[in-house]
Each structure stands twice: as C-alpha cells, then as structure tokens.
Design a protein. Structure first.
Length: 106
C-alpha cells in the first residue's frame, strides 16, 4: 500500500498521495510560485504506520507542484417569491488552483 495523507485547505479535506491532482481554493502563498507546501496534515499512513494529528501531525508536509489558476463554472442563486413581484438573481465564480502532489513527508 502506498503512502497517503489527509490534508485540510480552504476549509475542505482531501485524501492525497503522490501524483494526485487537486483543485483547491486559491492560495495567496502560491501566487507566482512553482511549488507550494501544505502543512495542515491531519493524518499520514505509510504501510502499517498510522499518524493521527491533534489537530495536525507535527512535522508532516505535502509538497505540491502548481499547475495553474482557473475559475470554476458559474453558480447561479435565484430566489423567487411568488405573487409578490420579487426575485433575486446572484452569480458566483470561485477562483481555484490546480495542484499535483509531488511527495508526502511525515
């Protein structure tokens, strides 16, 4: 079994191993960088060895290669109140960052 980790970024958790492609919320630390290190690692499993953090594993890091920024498809929120001539339409596009995991340390 390969080495994997569970990381947290952008208030979401991801299960990653070497070579995994991720689409995460845009990180300010990754602006203009080719590599980014994620240190909020919640769990690391390497074969039979399991490390669980409280809340994160000390010294564990996930090194990722930055593949680029992009925007998610538009999400439309439409509220309509019948018989009141009232409606509200709001659109949102999230800025995302595409990463490829190079290695899991920990």
């Amino acid at each position: 079994m390969s080495k994997f980790a569970i990381i947290e970024t952008g208030a979401k958790q991801y299960r990653v191993e070497s070579g995994t492609l991720l689409e995460v919320e845009l990180l300010e630390a990754a602006e203009g960088q080719k590599e980014v290190t994620l240190d909020q690692v919640l769990l690391v499993k390497d074969g039979d060895k399991l490390s669980i953090g409280t809340p994160s594993v000390p010294g564990a890091k996930v090194v990722c290669e930055v593949l680029g920024e992009f925007r998610a498809p538009k999400v439309i929120n439409f509220k309509y109140r019948r018989r009141k001539k009232s409606s509200r339409k709001v659109g949102h596009r999230q800025d995302l960052l595409r990463l490829r995991v190079k290695e899991v340390n920990g």
